[in-house]
Design a protein. Sequence first.
Length: 183
Amino acid sequence: MSVLRRFLHTSRPLANPSSVSDIFAQHLRSSSPSGSASASSSIAEKGRAMIGSSTSRASQEDIGRSTFYPNQTIAPHQLSRPSLYPTSRPAARPPLLGPPKRIAKKIDPFHASSTDPLDFTLNPNFPLAFVNQMGRIRSRAETGLTWKNQRKIGKMVRRARGMGLISRWANVPANGGFGRESR
């Protein structure tokens, strides 16, 4: 009967079987080391509480699992791990293409100030704000610009690279990019 019961048991196995005893021993060590009978009874109560909490059916691991009822007929595929412990749905990701046009017009500083990003090509610090640490141009999802200004930012960064103002491979100004000698 115990073999059959063990086969039908559907709760997850403990990751570390000695973890309950470790926690119990830690509680015993942390309690006051007095020799009175009340201290030993409180230790026994703590031990019962620990064992009772470790064997409760409504643990965190059991929350997402399928429930089975007495005399219920189940198919064999319902005993597989994916069926017993369904995974939660992945969290929603932010849009890969950036904000919609209506929102982008509100948060785009170039659109709000009616300026052209290409006017700032010769300032080496400005194109660096739109380049990540590896030297790649940041996506529109990261910058939040309109499509038109994002294209102009790409053109500005490529022009600054072509003139040698910023590095192609890192988010640092190129040597001499600030008008100084590299020595």
